[in-house]
Design a protein around this ligand. Structure first.
Ligand code: URA
Length: 436
């Protein structure tokens, strides 16, 4: 069918054939499908949805729109993908931990999106680190070191790149089918053998409610498995920032502290171990979750995971002995000021998205895709749910360049935190596990 007939069929609620989906995506890649047609198609899918078979066909067609990586390595090729959150440093720890356990992790990460931080931006805060190497270099580092964290390349799933740009400006991002195909086309193009998905849920997440998060997690697990990529999805809490730090260099330093054991917050540790465990199980590197956790803990305790991180940094152009003293290399902002709460009391709610937006306002994230980011700014010592704050315990420490930024961040942070009232009961940071 020609593009307008495919759009008409979806508009009328019909199920599209694999061939028609492939034709449409080929046209999207070679320019035969216009921007208007792509927008109409996205809107039709937004309203009429796609069944699992259609989502699989869409995912495969977008995967095949560009390069598909192939690996010839002595161990399983594994990755994790998060739907995005605040203070989510998991990727930085997980990649070297899994590599230290025998997996290969070619992690192609994204830039920050809206209020969420991006792993690519975090890695770029390390001086000299080349987050956009050639594919040959990427292969070489993964093979030699077991992991490499780089940015999205133009030749992986270019159809998704075009469609995502159009969805972004036509109010069609929030479609479970389109999100599923968008994420998975890139992961399939990376040539993985197993994937752990971290579907964030809460007021700092793309999916604010558990039913919505479950719907996305189920869709991703089913479509990935249908397309030949065994995947497990964990739904994890994003009703609070995950780390007590947010901002690019600050999160890198936080990750190094975790890897070296200088500091390991329990919620972060639990989520990181849970996601790494799924990867080791998919890669058959461990037979049971208990065995996986033992291996991962040993990789941390022996220093092997921290060493892998340091080796990756050097292999991609960063400084030697980075993990021994990250602050010798990372840029610190000139101002660091504690933000006291407007009144003393217990934190009962955190507007996590608003905390992420404080980092964006400081310059640590983007308001336009072409904007540069300030790697040094951000927040540390973020108070958590149930914490007592007052004159001796601030809401956070702001890392900024100017007094005006501090004043603005203070106002925004006070608005993001609710002090007083009944604090939420503590609960497991992993809310659900979806597998097919
Ligand atoms: N991330 C993606 O890569 N695609 C989406 O559609 C949403 C989030």
């Amino acid at each position: 069918m020609i593009p307008q007939e495919i759009i008409r069929a979806k508009r009328d609620g019909r199920v599209l054939a694999d061939d028609d989906i492939a034709t449409f995506i080929a046209g999207l890649t070679n320019g035969a499908v216009t921007e208007g047609q792509a927008a109409a198609f996205a809107m039709a899918v937004y309203f009429k949805g796609m069944n699992i078979a259609e989502r699989v066909a869409l995912t495969k067609a977008m995967r095949d729109s560009g390069t598909v990586l192939h690996w010839d390595l002595p161990g399983p090729v594994l990755d994790k993908h998060s739907t995005g959150g605040v203070g989510d440093t998991v990727s930085l720890m997980l990649a070297p931990m899994v590599a230290a356990c025998g997996g290969y992790v070619p992690m192609i990460s994204g830039r920050g999106l809206g209020h969420t931080g991006g792993t690519y931006d975090k890695m770029e805060s390390i001086p000299g680190y080349v987050a956009a190497p050639t594919m040959a270099k990427f292969h070489k580092v993964v093979a030699a070191n077991g992991c490499a964290i780089i940015g999205q390349t133009a030749d992986l799933a270019p159809a998704d790149k075009r469609l995502y740009g159009i969805r972004d400006v036509t109010a069609t991002v929030e479609s479970i089918g389109l999100i599923t195909a968008s994420i998975l086309s890139k992961k399939l193009a990376a040539g993985l053998h197993g994937l752990a998905m971290d579907v964030k849920c809460g007021n700092g997440a793309f999916m604010p409610t558990l039913p919505k998060a479950r719907e996305l997690a189920r869709s991703i697990a089913e479509v990935a498995t249908g397309a030949g990529l065994p995947t497990t999805a964990l739904i994890t809490d994003m009703d609070r920032p995950l780390a007590d730090a947010a901002g690019n260099a600050l999160e890198v330093a936080y990750a190094v502290d975790y890897l070296t054991g200088a500091r390991r917050e329990p919620r972060m540790h639990e989520i990181t171990l849970a996601l790494c465990t799924e990867m080791l199980l998919h890669g058959r590197l461990a037979r049971t979750p208990k065995a996986a956790r033992t291996m991962l803990q040993a990789a941390l305790d022996s220093g092997a995971a921290a060493e892998k991180f340091g080796e990756m940094v050097v292999a991609l152009g960063g400084p030697k002995r980075f993990v021994e003293n990250p602050w010798k290399h990372l840029e610190r902002s000139p101002l660091q000021m504690a933000v006291a709460p407007a009144r003393a009391g217990t934190i009962s709610r955190i507007d996590t998205r608003a905390v992420g937006m404080v980092v964006v306002a400081l310059g640590g994230g983007r308001t336009r895709p072409q904007d540069p980011v300030d790697h040094a700014v951000g927040l540390t010592e973020l108070a958590g749910l149930g914490d007592q704050v007052g004159p001796d315990r601030p809401l956070a420490v702001v890392h900024a360049r100017t007094e005006a930024q501090v004043a603005q961040a203070t106002e925004l942070l006070r608005a993001a935190y609710t002090v007083g009232g009944k604090p939420a009961k503590p609960f497991d940071p992993v809310l659900d596990r979806i597998t097919v």
